[in-house]
Design a protein around this ligand. Structure first.
Ligand SMILES: [Ca+2]
Ligand SMILES: [Ca+2]
Length: 129
């Protein structure tokens, strides 16, 4: 699904797209993604700069802590995400973030919000007696 539909889908399960708050959480999710073993290991997370370009905010409206980011360094062209890639008639900019597992470097990439990807939802653990 696209990013917005992914978030709606998570909400309908009383959750939200995942908010990554620590290196442990990042490592945990990367390991899960790895275990799933798909070729295209790319999943929406709850981070976007749709409102103000370059100003990344989590889906709970908390701003991204710049000390706790896991942006990817791209292997093929030695680029650094987020790059808000703009190219006429191909990419109008990139405002939604996905976690991607690659052989060399796993991390966050900004991408077009309309791209179809899997998602990682997070929901509170409910305990009923
Ligand atoms: Ca952007
Ligand atoms: Ca990008």
């Amino acid at each position: 699904m696209n990013w917005l539909k992914s978030q709606d889908q998570c909400k309908s399960d009383r959750g939200h797209l995942v908010i990554i708050e620590s290196e442990e959480e990042q490592d945990f999710l990367t390991a899960l993604v790895e275990m799933e073993g798909r070729e295209d290991k790319s999943y929406w997370i709850g981070l976007t700069d749709q409102n103000i370009e370059g100003d990344f905010v989590w889906v709970d409206e908390m701003p991204l802590d710049k000390q706790k980011t896991f942006w990817a360094k791209r292997d093929h062209d030695h680029g650094q995400e987020p790059d808000n890639w703009i190219e006429e008639s191909i990419s109008p900019g990139e405002d939604c973030v996905h976690l991607q597992k690659s052989k060399i470097y796993s991390g966050w990439y900004d991408a077009g919000c309309e791209m179809q990807k899997k998602r990682i939802c997070e929901a509170p653990c409910s305990v009923h007696g």
